[in-house]
Write a protein that binds this ligand. Structure first.
Ligand code: MLT
Ligand code: ZN
Length: 458
């Protein structure tokens, strides 16, 4: 981390004219809260954080930055895991957290409009108050924001049933690099009027524009929910059971996988009692939700599975939460071991078992001192390969894992995005022609290259 290049006082003045002097933060002690990612792997530097509260302010801030050639990293809850929200090269941080307005649920459309700074948990709560649900769910729900989740096309725990953020997005308001406001929030389901800008901006990681509001499609609220933790003697036992459950249980809402070492770590880190008296190789956390109690359907499906060594089932919210902790607390427990390399990948479902076996071998061969932690969304073929015991800037393990993913026909990023962490390997998932078109879009929308310059494109 080099020293911070001072910001031109004229820029600070211009920005302060837009948002007020108190919302242009230059005190290094306060700025520091915005320059490192949650894992501690990506530590940047910035001369200033700008905190607009309204779309017009975002537009005016970007107009100033574009005119003066000041580079900007947009940031929501700073829960990203690929260094996409960190000012690595001394950019200013554009914090969207103050865009925190949330609209009423539109019952006729089953939609809701929320500002970029609204936490996902607040969207979920508003949907529930309106008798519906917002089905995109992730462990970082209390901090992750609407803007960040749209910018990164966040996936999460319910992807197998509802898709990710892009599938829920029915409209967007965003600001271009030169300060133009694109507002298309009508939420029409059939709207075949040219390029779908909302979905283009979704997953663009702040490189094409800054998301200021989003119209989100809600889903039915299911009051009956059952969670089961299943134990298996082998990795393939768990993956085959996952595929079978996906085929047979219509109300399946989550299908998560983790392994003995990760479970042991979580239990040690948080002093949790293990779920079973014995240890097993692999575990599936399964959740079903429906208008009527799905317990019997799920039990029948579990009974017909092969290789299940132990089962714990819960319907009560408190016990369900306990079961979920074995899975959700992986992220924090691994961070407690050391700064992880987080490799969020997808492989075709038919290759999942082979990949899970091979990736451990591959990491060990590359960095024998490293530890590999595997968990993820089994129903989506999405594995979170976390590796500790490797220096933050040592890319050898990333290289080995992502090459293996490509070899299996997978994607180098399932749901976390490319950020700065993975842009070196974008060619493993995207062709030169695709990358050239992405570059052309970027250049057309942000000719001065001020928007999140370290993310996505090599
Ligand atoms: C998760 O599934 O828990 C999240 O993607 C976070 C992580 O990968 O650590
Ligand atoms: Zn995940």
């Amino acid at each position: 981390m080099g020293s911070v290049r001072p910001i031109d006082p004229a820029v600070v003045r211009d920005l302060a004219d837009v948002v007020g002097p108190r919302q242009v933060v230059t005190d290094p002690a306060l700025v520091a809260g915005y320059t490192t990612d949650w894992t501690g792997r990506f530590a940047g530097r910035s001369p200033a954080v700008v905190r607009p509260a309204r779309t017009e302010e975002v537009a005016a801030v970007l107009a100033v930055c574009n005119r003066r050639g000041v580079r900007v990293v947009p940031q929501g809850g700073n829960t990203g895991l690929v260094g996409g929200g960190v000012p690595l090269e001394g950019e200013i941080v554009l914090s969207l957290r103050r865009l925190s307005e949330i609209g009423e649920v539109d019952h006729a459309a089953a939609q809701l409009i929320a500002g970029a700074g609204v936490p996902i948990a607040a969207v979920q709560a508003a949907a529930v108050r309106g008798g519906l649900a917002y089905p995109v769910d992730l462990a970082a729900r209390d901090s992750a924001t609407v803007g960040g989740s749209v910018a990164t096309n966040a996936g999460g725990l319910h992807f197998l049933r509802y898709g990710g953020t892009r599938e829920r997005l029915v409209g967007i308001e965003a600001v271009t690099a030169d300060g133009r406001v694109l507002r298309h929030l009508g939420g029409l389901l059939k709207d075949n009027t040219g390029y779908d800008l909302a979905r283009l901006f979704c997953g663009s990681e702040g490189t094409l524009g800054v998301v200021t509001e989003a119209a989100l499609a809600l889903s039915p609220r299911f009051d009956h929910r059952v969670t089961a933790l299943l134990a298996f003697g082998s990795v393939s036992g768990a993956t085959e059971a996952a595929a079978a459950l996906k085929r047979t249980v219509d109300s399946l809402e989550a299908l998560e996988v983790f392994f003995d070492d990760g479970l042991r770590l979580v239990c040690e880190a948080f002093a949790l009692r293990p779920p079973f008296d014995e240890e097993f190789s692999g575990y599936l956390l399964v959740e079903a939700a429906d208008r009527a109690d799905p317990s019997d359907t799920l039990s029948e499906a579990i009974d017909s599975l092969e290789g299940v060594m132990a089962v714990a089932v819960a319907s009560a919210a408190s016990r369900r939460r306990e079961l979920w902790r074995y899975r959700e607390d992986h992220t924090a427990a691994i961070n407690g071991v050391g700064v992880p390399h987080k490799l969020d990948v997808t492989v075709p479902l038919g290759r999942l078992s082979a990949f899970l076996d091979e990736v451990r071998v591959r990491v060990h061969a590359t960095a024998p001192e490293a530890q590999t932690w595997l968990f993820g969304h089994a129903g989506d073929g999405n594995v979170h390969v976390n590796v500790t015991g490797v220096a933050p800037d040592d890319d050898a393990v990333d290289d080995a894992v992502l090459e293996l993913v490509a070899h299996h026909g997978g994607s180098i990023s399932a749901e976390h995005g490319i950020g700065s962490a993975k842009k070196r390997w974008l060619h493993l998932s995207r062709s030169p022609e695709e990358i050239a078109v992405m570059r052309a879009i970027k250049d057309a929308l942000d000719p001065n290259g001020i928007l999140n310059p370290n993310a996505v494109l090599p």
